[in-house]
Design a binder for this molecule. Structure first.
Ligand code: GLU
Length: 476
């Protein structure tokens, strides 16, 4: 029986700030692919650019992934067989491979100072030549003492050809190959070097990453070749485009912190669903999927080549669908977060109504003001507002008094029960004549939830008090 190689993917963010949708989507695809094939998923932190590091980023990244339900088998916080998973703690590994490259004649200490390089660059510019380091290699190669940058030596200037699992056959001319820095003068490796060594040591089989790295692949290939490494499978994800169709994302289309979505009361499964479909589609009509279903359906073949447009409307729609799928208790606990001043009993009753009106729970901060505040505050009746069209005051008092008796005598557990004891009367007297003053006396508003629901949710006692108070105001 042939033993299939276990699939290993990784998410390797740099700790340079919060995680936005682009980063999360990369993590999600790598995770879904590993999970689908019973492989391993690694969280590695690429912290070799100390100048760009933002404090707290690692915690933030972990919190974001955890909220979304994306879990890892090895990683910076939990360790694993290839620990450490923080590049700044792996300097020994990079040094080891740097020495191998030096020995093989593939690396040399950069003899130039920054000023000298700037001069060479300027000269090339003046002579209208492309500046390439490989044109300025020193005659004799000194020993590397770690104080100078270490450069990779491109031995063979050639065209590069490679296969990308999404983009297909790709190629780049010899100008894409230049002697690049492996280790900087501060002792830290560059991304170009470090990720190759890490992926090798961690046994990564598939690299899922953004398209900004395509231009550097020829360099990576040269390194793989120099170290006799079989390259992992390269999987380039499509760019995420803003609503304008450009790569510049605004806060509305995904440039925001993923934890803002949590704070605004989005459903994590909805975000996972939305991000999964941002550049991938399993085919078929089914668009609302659980993370489990996404894993089952996930395949690299179905990842799109071209850009995926961030559509906020679609996110809101998906979120609403996922809210509907949540259990009553989960819905309630989310609602409570945004409407803490409402009692449990009332929220339990209002829950279906609330869920129907929102796309994400944070919306309650404004919807609540408009629609639900009336449950907490008894309105002050305004006689002119209570009267429907050209009905008289006296008639309105009569209608309200008759409705009052019906409510008193009838059962008011559900909106339908209330409706069945009021509707026949409203139909004889004219719906507007009866239902308008009833609704306004209950809500104090010209627009609100229907009167039957109001009575059911306010309860008999409170409803009667409000109607009585309206009658009182009309009589005054
Ligand atoms: N550290 C790189 C980044 O933050 C990761 C690229 C990769 O996945 O290889 O974009």
């Amino acid at each position: 029986m042939s033993q299939e190689k276990q699939i290993v993917t990784r998410f390797a963010p740099s700790p340079t700030g919060f995680l936005h949708v682009g980063g999360v989507r990369t993590a999600l695809y790598a995770w879904a692919f590993a999970r689908k094939h019973g492989g391993r998923f690694i969280l590695r932190i690429e912290d070799t650019d100390k100048a760009r590091e933002v404090e707290g980023s690692i915690t933030h990244i972990i919190e974001s992934l955890t909220w979304l339900g994306i879990d890892w088998d090895e990683g910076v916080d939990i360790g694993g067989p290839h620990a450490p998973y923080l590049q700044s703690k792996r300097l020994e590994s990079y040094k080891k491979y740097a020495n191998i490259l030096i020995e093989k004649g593939y690396a040399y200490p950069d003899p130039y100072s920054e000023e000298e390089i700037a001069e060479l660059r300027l000269k090339a510019e003046q002579e209208k030549r492309v500046f390439l380091f490989r044109d300025h290699r020193p005659e004799t190669i000194g020993t590397w003492d770690g104080t100078k940058p270490l450069r990779f030596k491109i031995k063979e200037i050639k065209e590069s050809r490679w296969h990308d699992a999404v983009r297909g056959e790709l190629h780049a001319g010899p100008e894409a190959l230049d002697d690049f820095i492996l280790i900087k003068s501060d002792g830290y490796p560059t991304y170009n070097f470090a990720h190759i060594i890490d992926d090798l040591e961690m046994g990564v089989t598939h690299i899922m990453r953004a398209d900004e790295f395509i231009a550097s692949v020829p360099k990576f290939l040269a390194l793989y070749e120099a170290l006799s490494i079989t390259p992992p499978i390269l999987v380039t994800l499509p760019p995420i485009l803003g609503a304008e169709g450009t790569k510049k994302l605004s806060k509305r289309d995904g440039a925001k912190d993923i934890l803002d979505y949590r704070n605004e009361g989005y459903v994590p499964e909805a975000l996972v669903n939305f991000l999964a479909f941002l550049g991938w589609n399993p085919g078929g009509d089914k668009e609302i999927m659980t993370p489990r279903e996404i894993i089952e359906a996930f395949s690299i073949e179905k990842i799109h080549k071209s850009g995926a447009m961030f559509n906020e409307e679609k996110l809101l729609w998906m979120n609403k669908e996922h809210i509907r799928k949540q259990g009553d208790e989960v819905q309630l606990s989310q609602i409570k977060k945004f409407m803490p001043q409402y009692g449990d009993e009332l929220l339990k009753k209002l829950r279906p109504l609330i869920v129907d009106r929102i796309s994400f729970y944070g919306e309650l901060l404004s919807v609540e003001q408009e629609e639900f505040r009336l449950f907490l505050e008894r309105p002050v009746p305004v006689p002119e507002k209570l009267i429907w069209k050209d009905t008289s005051k006296e008639k309105t008092i009569e209608y309200l008094t008759n409705v009052l008796t019906r409510i008193q005598e009838g059962s008011s557990g559900t909106p339908d029960e209330v409706k069945s004891c009021i509707m026949p009367y409203a139909d004889t007297e004219g719906r507007g004549n009866v239902l308008w003053p009833l609704r306004v006396s209950l809500s104090g508003k010209e627009k609100s939830i229907d009167p039957f629901s109001l009575i059911a949710y306010l309860g008999k006692e409170e409803s009667l008090a409000r109607i009585n108070s309206a009658i009182g105001a009309l009589k005054a």
